[in-house]
Design a protein around this ligand. Structure first.
Ligand code: UDP
Ligand code: MN
Length: 554
């Protein structure tokens, strides 16, 4: 009476439900086990002997800190996983072309990472991306220096985590050191390099993610020239969304006469492809790789520089002047979080009028100017008069000795052969620096909306540049002095075309500043007033002096 099919139906249903549950269970299990490791290769995990300190546990020990301590999205970083897939940002030809690599025994690499108060998840992602995307044969050692971070157990926990996940990499050297008190990036990186034993050394920030195939293009270039130093092309990681974007091949590193770093635009020459390595006046930020021996021979990072700042500009100048070169290699991509503000404090200094960050920057820049800029150091002092007051506790004998020993070129050579931008800026200036009327200086307020007369010695006093050809009077943020409706003095973005430039053109009558269009002079009739008025020769209120007149003008 009952067909076999009908008889079986309820049993089958149970069977399907059972299978459904098993599948779900399996799925949940896989999700949980993969959660922390994301696309960490199974081969690494299989080697793991014990998981007593897993990724989630490691980052859960991050101490409670104010939200803005790191200047990036901490909770997002914690939830991203220890390693993630990154978009391919290098040119497709970088992937297909073969690389001519030297054998590992004569080109292995020590990676130096110094960090101060880095979030655990961020630091770990930097390290793990490096471990899984670097050919094992070439990665000689990792040197990780904790520069006095507040998270005092981080380094020990890191050691345990690394031991449990990467224990099978027995030929990988792992040196973990902690400075009992904060010594600064410069000191720490030098210490890292002195502990290193690889052929090359790579200095890496602690909030990076290296992308696929980052090392091979750098190695190929370095093998061709022992005095070369290279930077990968840095792909920006957004501090808020942590999204990984493609960095531009049309930018190189440079600096201005205040010794501030800038990205400089470049153009491709005829037949030049965007993925080809190109020369750069300075490194792309602080990520650089070179022969360890050559680095030490150049005196490492200048050890008189304090904490942070100027060290890669100094290394770049001495490298170029003493027989080296710098290239950015676009086939090598490393992601780096470009933060909008410093994530750390500078130790307090002595000068009451300067913030400790300003004083550290002036101190370091003064050393660079005195050691390498020769007579061009006057440009620096004109733009940064406060640097003259900064005391230095050493002489420059050591640097002069190095310059003699390595037969380095004078700074003039750098302007001629390396940074035409810096030279052009020099050539087009007719006067520069602070603009003084009696004992006060013309100053643009922070957002460039107001002009006032202020104490010439305040740390952020505006530096002006008078351009010879256009007659424009520009500040560092490229705002120009102009005259608007009813002879009102205004600050506006410097014009690039003829018509906008017209209202920004000034001429010099002795120390007077004559506005070309209105034929009126800049005047300071009362203490805090600034206005345009009829030019009167010898009027003290119309006399404005630049800190530095370029020689050809006098
Ligand atoms: N750093 C350090 N000690 C310090 C200051 C900074 O070890 O006193 C580390 C910091 O954690 C980072 C690297 O130096 O890994 C570069 O600093 P940062 O990223 O702030 O410089 P930027 O990328 O903005 O040039
Ligand atoms: Mn950084």
């Amino acid at each position: 009476m009952f067909s076999g099919r009908q008889f079986c139906r309820p049993r089958r249903r149970v069977f399907y439900i059972f299978v459904f549950f098993i599948c779900n269970l399996l799925f949940v299990f896989l999700c949980i086990s993969e959660w922390g490791y994301n696309d960490l290769p199974a081969s690494e995990l299989n080697k793991s002997s014990d998981h007593h300190l897993d990724y989630r546990e490691f980052i859960s020990h991050t101490p409670e800190r104010p939200r803005d301590l790191y200047q990036y999205n901490l909770s997002l970083s914690d939830s991203l996983g220890v390693v993630r897939k990154l978009p391919t940002t290098r040119h497709y030809r970088c992937i297909t072309q073969p690389y001519n690599l030297p054998p590992p025994f004569e080109s292995n690499l020590s990676v130096v990472i110094s960090f101060h108060n880095e979030a655990r998840s961020m630091l770990l992602r930097t390290i793990v991306s490096l471990l899984i995307r670097t050919p094992e044969d070439y990665l000689h050692e990792l040197i990780i220096l904790d520069d006095g971070s507040e998270d005092v157990t981080l380094l020990d926990d890191l050691k345990r985590w690394m031991g449990s996940v990467f224990w099978a990499r027995d030929h990988l050297g792992l040196i973990l050191r902690r400075n009992p008190r904060r010594m600064g990036l410069i000191w720490s990186r030098n210490r890292g390099a002195s502990l290193a034993s690889g052929y090359y050394v790579l200095f890496l920030d602690s909030h990076c993610e290296v992308n696929e195939g980052w090392l091979e293009p750098l190695l190929e270039r370095l093998a061709l020239n022992p005095h070369l130093a290279v930077s990968p092309l840095l792909d920006p990681i957004d501090p808020t969304t942590l999204s990984y974007r493609k960095g531009s091949e049309l930018l190189k590193g440079g600096f201005d006469w205040s010794l501030h770093f800038h990205w400089l635009k470049r153009q491709l020459a005829n037949h030049e492809h965007p993925e080809m390595p190109y020369q750069s006046p300075v490194f792309a930020g602080g990520v650089l790789m070179m022969s360890r021996e050559w680095f030490l021979k150049l005196g490492s990072f200048n050890s008189f520089l304090k904490i942070w700042g100027g060290e890669s500009i100094e290394l770049a100048i001495k490298l170029w002047l003493c027989g080296g070169q710098i290239e950015i290699v676009p086939c090598s991509r490393i992601g780096h979080i470009f933060r909008r503000r410093h994530a750390f404090d500078f130790p307090p200094q002595f000068d009451q009028e300067l913030s400790s960050a300003q004083e550290t920057y002036l101190h370091n820049s003064k050393i660079i100017a005195e050691s390498w800029l020769d007579e061009y150091k006057n440009m620096f002092y004109a733009l940064r008069p406060a640097a003259r007051r900064i005391p230095l506790d050493h002489t420059y004998d050591e640097m002069q000795k190095l310059r003699r020993e390595l037969q380095c070129h004078p700074f003039e050579w750098y302007l001629r052969h390396v940074s035409s931008e810096l030279r052009m800026h020099f050539d087009e200036l007719s006067a520069t620096g602070t603009l003084r009327n009696e004992d006060r200086c013309l100053h643009a307020t922070q957002n460039d909306t107001h002009l006032i007369l202020a104490n010439c010695y305040r740390g952020d006093i505006t530096q002006w540049s008078m351009l010879g050809n256009s007659g424009q009077l520009a500040n560092q943020r490229e705002y120009c002095l102009g005259v608007g409706f009813r002879s009102q003095i205004i600050l506006e973005p410097c014009g690039r075309n003829e018509s906008t430039r017209k209202s920004q053109r000034w001429m010099r009558l002795g120390t007077q500043l004559l506005h070309a269009e209105t034929h009126m002079c800049l005047d300071n009739p009362l203490k805090d007033r600034l206005e345009m008025s009829t030019c009167r020769s010898n009027a003290a209120s119309q006399s404005f002096q630049f800190a530095l007149e370029m020689e050809r003008q006098t």
